[in-house]
Design a protein around this ligand. Structure first.
Ligand code: ADP
Length: 497
């Protein structure tokens, strides 16, 4: 692809690296959250730097359906869960390796939850086998392809690091990325017996977590490097409020923990070409957003008299996302002449409270419960501001979508939200740098104050449109972050002396 060797080397990026990325979800095949976006987008961004990535995914029905018919399976012997094979192919432009183990993965719907909405009772076997297969592929290769580096994502891939490090054969180095430390994959040791865990790892300095086997902990302890998805979250993880019991482990490896921001796919999220929005626009023509606002108001049956800002939320409805706080702030938001469109699903009580708020405030609050990607695009295009009041947020993607679509983020000052939004404080306004609004601490009072500040700024048309244009020009793609990953892989392959 006409790569120029010298500039890559100068940027600290080794030539022709091969990376096995081990992920339990990946866009466009299976997605429950931001991890899938990263697993799907990073390979393309790395390919532009000459790094070859193959994504190892479990063979869920949706994943297998995306494979070309002529893709050849290769048998993998002695894996828990019975007959298994790995299928290497290109699907939707991503080089994937699919672990086909029908007894473990031939289940439709959410990858982790059964039809009763609870975790599958054999998730330890499903993801333990996945990790074992990953380690086997990384160590022995498949069809002559062996990676130089293994990139592991979240607890579902964490145990791979233990198999690699404690196995008998020389294995490639690994990077473990934390997308969310709240989900740790903890299981009783007896349940994990069939996984053939490496002897010598079950102790507090290994993958034991207070008597249980910790998949995420295995990643933290045994991977050669650790990364997480923003510099601020990397620092926060060493503190008890954020580390979820693993702060000491993260702190003990502080020197090997890197914070690399997620990006978004600039093709999928492009207001100039997006087929899912009502009117296309750019930083040169932000006024055309109005057509989207009108379409969004119609969709949510909002009375749009244009006086106050239209806020939106696109989110899982959970405590993490701080949306219980927003409920408390709704009276203030409405008193300022603003309106709200919310798209999300999750906790039953939050779902019903937001539906009740919409019923009580017809024309001012609109709520859609569910998962709707096309609608999420229209919401980013048609709203004036997006609310992200998370209690913790490793990186966050919806504020990046908001920046790209000139929908100013109102965010809690935590994790990746703190790193990507420039607060409209006096200094930033004077410097012409502000792109949104941050608040701290994460409380209803501080959120209400930020909503007030956003409403005040909206009332100043000139200020608001300057901020919109600036937000739309803020870099939110993968460029710089893909380079950071490529440099990290390079260091792992050729450790600095
Ligand atoms: P998390 O991974 O914690 O859920 P992120 O902000 O990192 O949060 O990523 C969430 C992703 O899911 C974003 O791409 C967002 O647009 C999308 N999303 C969240 N809720 C919905 C929904 N109800 N419908 C469509 N997309 C959604």
């Amino acid at each position: 692809m006409g790569l120029n060797r010298a500039p890559m080397e100068r940027r600290g990026i080794r030539e022709r690296m091969k990376v096995l990325s081990v992920a339990s979800e990946c866009v466009p095949f299976v997605k429950t959250g931001g991890l899938a976006d990263v697993a799907g987008a990073l390979p393309g961004a790395l390919a532009r730097l000459g790094v070859e990535v193959r994504v190892l995914m479990p063979g869920y029905p949706a994943m297998k359906a995306a494979l070309p018919e002529d893709a050849e399976p290769r048998a993998l012997a002695r894996l828990p869960g019975g007959r298994a094979s790995v299928i290497s192919a290109q699907a939707a432009g991503v080089d994937v390796m699919v672990l086909d183990s029908p007894r473990l993965f031939d289940r439709p719907g959410n990858p982790y939850l059964g039809p009763d909405g609870r975790d599958w009772s054999d998730n330890h076997l499903r993801y333990g086998a996945f990790c074992r297969a990953a380690a086997r592929i990384a160590t022995n290769g498949v069809g002559g392809w062996r990676p130089d580096v293994v990139h592991l994502h979240d607890w579902q891939a964490g145990l791979t690091a233990a198999y690699l490090k404690l196995g008998r054969r020389p294995a490639p180095p690994s990077l473990f990325t934390i997308h969310n430390i709240a989900l740790q994959g903890l299981f009783p040791p007896a349940a994990t017996t069939p996984l053939g865990l490496p002897r010598g790892g079950f102790h507090p300095g290994g993958f034991e977590y207070f008597g249980q086997v910790g998949f995420l902990k295995a990643g933290l302890v045994y991977a050669d490097r650790i990364s997480t998805v923003s510099p601020t979250y990397a620092r926060e993880l060493t503190r008890p409020e954020f580390g979820m019991g693993l702060e000491g482990v993260v702190a003990s490896r502080r020197a090997e923990v890197h914070g690399i921001l997620n990006g978004i796919d600039l093709e999928v999220w492009n207001p100039e070409t997006d087929p899912q929005i009502a009117a296309r626009f750019s930083a040169r023509s932000p006024a055309r957003k109005a057509g989207n606002r009108a379409a969004l108001a119609r969709r949510f049956k909002l009375r749009d008299d244009g006086t106050g800002p239209l806020f939106c939320v696109v989110s899982r409805l959970t405590r993490q996302k701080g949306l219980d706080l927003l409920l408390e702030v709704l009276p203030r938001l409405l008193a300022r002449g603003a309106s709200l469109a919310l798209l999300g699903s999750g906790d039953a009580d939050l779902e019903s409270e937001y539906q009740a708020a919409a019923a009580d405030n017809p024309g001012r609050i609109g709520v859609v419960i569910g998962w709707d990607e096309p609608l999420s695009h229209l919401m980013q295009a048609g709203s004036d501001a997006i609310l992200v009041p998370s209690r913790f947020e490793p990186c966050g993607l919806t504020q990046l979508h908001g920046l790209r679509y000139g929908t100013l983020p109102v965010v809690a000052r935590t994790g990746g939200l703190a790193d990507t939004v420039i607060d409209a404080n006096e200094a930033a306004l004077r410097a012409g740098a502000a792109t949104g609004f941050q608040f701290s601490p994460v409380s209803a009072a501080a959120l209400a104050d930020a909503v007030d500040r956003a409403c005040d700024a909206f009332a100043d048309g000139k200020l608001w449109s300057a901020m919109v244009r600036r937000a739309m020009r803020h870099p939110v793609g993968w460029g710089a972050s893909a380079e950071a990953y490529a440099r990290l892989y390079s260091e792992l392959v050729e450790p600095a002396t």
